[in-house]
Ligand binder design. Structure first.
Ligand code: F3S
Length: 62
């Protein structure tokens, strides 16, 4: 499983970072950064939760 964040859609809500800090972090610009595009197997469930709960639908599974 791989994930990407659409920088044009992200508004910095931070839900992804709270749910799955192994994969997402808020960068200095206040928007989400993907720490590891290849999601570790143990983090897939929370990565999917982040995808589902991002209000801007900015996260995609690739
Ligand atoms: Fe951005 Fe959505 Fe996360 S708006 S900070 S990708 S919850």
């Amino acid at each position: 499983m791989k994930v990407t964040v659409d920088e044009d859609r992200c508004r910095g809500h931070g839900i992804c970072c709270a749910l799955c800090p192994e994969v997402f972090d808020l960068g200095e610009d206040g928007y989400s950064e993907v720490l590891t595009p290849e999601v570790p197997p143990g983090s897939e469930e929370m990565a999917r939760a982040a995808i589902a709960q991002c209000p801007e639908r900015a996260i995609s599974e690739t």
